[in-house]
Design a protein around this ligand. Structure first.
Ligand code: AMP
Ligand code: ZN
Length: 468
């Protein structure tokens, strides 16, 4: 019996993973706020969640994965102050809010495809679910967990006894409530916003009718509303980066569990930060790189993916181009080994098959399996893989093991996606259209290919394609 052991932030210990429904996993991962390009720190978190999903699927679970797209309500701070990030971006870029949201959402999915991250089963955009949020807020008010004051609705933190369970330690709790901006409409400074009709920005660009006035939802309510709607009253796993523990996930738990009256998510998993020069990579710090920035320096997405999986998801990854160079050389070495294993005639290899030591294979498979089952230890997997490749196993078995592992690591070592001839022709035709500056035709061809689930990405090294 294969069983995962995950570090559960809620319990501060490793917990065996027991799905709520046999063979099925409900997984909610907090998605991007689409006001700018995703930086590689964000992408590190999505990659850890991808390895989790691939690992679960590898061991036969059917995963229902919901990812939200935040296109309203995320203010400049993770707390309740500052203007909406989308509104600020729209003003800066002199575009409509929905144009900004659509543009960065598309770019976000391009990055996911480029990194070979499996797409969610359900992608849910906050602005498509405002009514759900209004219903949930109304229910919280009726049950006494929330109150309205002058058009704003706040969650009353004192009503939820387990409010600090996820945060856990006093130092972080004190930090969480050391807020700069005091909202005089709050009855308690710890309370947080569920709905704003009375924001300090009177010309709010995004607003909807609600029982409390025309306004917009708080950021945290969107995840509770959409996760409850799509995944039901009990959730197997909820994920995000560690910056979400203190405010966003703590508030999600308060909202959801007040309504449900029982523990909501069984396991909370959080990926540690990607840092640069030992500072958290963040747009607000202006110390960030995008995937495109790495490409401009001659790196491929696979190099970055390799870098990420070489570090355990609960360890900090201090990004530098030097480290990326190391990942590039390891990845290219692995790729060339995979190619050489692949180039062999399988029939011939089959004959050699009998000569392998089955005990050695069993030992390696066990080590690899234990590594992934024990809290997604991808660095350990990679170490074992190098040993496998150096071992006396025959090529056939090395290839088999590498292929199995790649289902989880997602490095696409055997490039098993194929284009049809007509798709190849379309890509070529589009290249020519671009050279001749026939942009409309190029766009049309891109759209046609997208309908066939072939996605293109124009990089400095040429056009790459992905099937998803
Ligand atoms: P946001 O778009 O800011 O809501 O962030 C999207 C995801 O990226 C969330 O899960 C964050 O926790 C995560 N994240 C943000 N910054 C970093 C970072 N420097 N390293 C790793 N993950 C991050
Ligand atoms: Zn969320």
């Amino acid at each position: 019996m294969f069983q995962f052991l995950f570090y559960n932030t809620l319990k501060k210990e490793y917990n065996w993973f027991n799905p709520i429904r046999l063979g099925k996993v409900s997984l909610y991962t907090c998605g991007p706020t689409v006001y700018n390009y995703a930086h590689i720190g964000n992408l590190r978190t999505y990659m850890f969640e991808d390895v989790l999903k691939r690992g679960l699927e590898f061991f036969g679970y059917q995963v229902c994965h919901v990812l939200n797209i935040t296109d309203v309500g995320h203010l400049e701070s993770n707390h309740d102050f500052g203007d909406d990030k989308l509104v600020l971006a729209a003003k800066k870029e002199k575009r409509k809010v929905f144009e900004v949201a659509t543009y960065y959402e598309n770019k976000f999915f391009e990055d996911l495809r480029s990194l070979n991250i499996l797409l969610p089963n359900i992608k849910s955009k906050a602005t498509d679910h405002i009514n759900l949020m209004i219903e949930l807020i109304s229910a919280l008010i009726r049950a006494g967990y929330a109150y309205e004051n002058s058009g704003n609705v706040y969650f009353r933190v004192s009503t939820f006894k387990r409010y600090f369970d996820l945060i856990g330690n006093q130092f972080d709790i004190d930090k969480a409530f050391n807020r700069i901006d005091i909202d005089t409409l709050k009855k308690d400074n710890r309370d947080f916003v569920l709905w704003f009709s009375n924001s300090k920005y009177p010309n709010q660009l995004m607003k909807w009718k609600s029982p409390w006035g025309i306004g917009f939802p708080g950021w945290h309510i969107e995840c509770s509303a959409m996760a409850l709607f799509y995944l039901g009253r009990k959730l197997d796993i909820h994920c995000g980066g560690i910056d979400h523990i203190m405010v966003h996930h703590t508030n999600e738990i308060a909202q959801s569990e007040s309504i449900l009256q029982h523990q909501w998510a069984n396991i909370w998993m959080h990926g540690d930060f990607l840092t640069h020069e030992n500072n958290k990579m963040a747009k607000s710090m202006n110390n960030f790189f995008t995937l495109k920035d790495l490409e401009k320096e001659g790196f491929k997405s696979e190099h970055f993916r390799f870098l990420c999986i070489s570090v355990h998801y609960r360890h900090r990854l201090n990004f530098s181009f030097q480290a990326l160079l190391g990942a590039k050389s390891s990845y290219e070495k692995l790729l060339s080994i995979a190619k050489s294993l692949n180039s062999n005639n399988d029939k011939k290899i089959d004959l050699v098959k009998n000569s392998f030591s089955s005990n050695m294979i069993k030992m390696y498979l066990k080590q690899l399996q234990n590594a992934i089952l024990f809290d997604l230890d991808t660095p350990k997997m990679i170490n074992v893989l190098w040993e496998v490749l150096k071992s006396s196993l025959c090529r056939y078995e090395k290839k088999r093991i590498l292929k199995l592992c790649d289902k989880i690591l997602g490095l696409n070592l055997f490039n098993e996606q194929f284009l049809t001839l007509s798709q190849k022709e379309k890509i070529e035709k589009r290249q020519n259209a671009r050279i001749e500056k026939k942009w409309e035709l190029a766009d049309e061809l891109r759209k046609e290919l997208q309908k066939e689930r072939v996605f293109l990405r124009d990089t400095v090294q040429g056009t790459q394609w992905y099937i998803n």
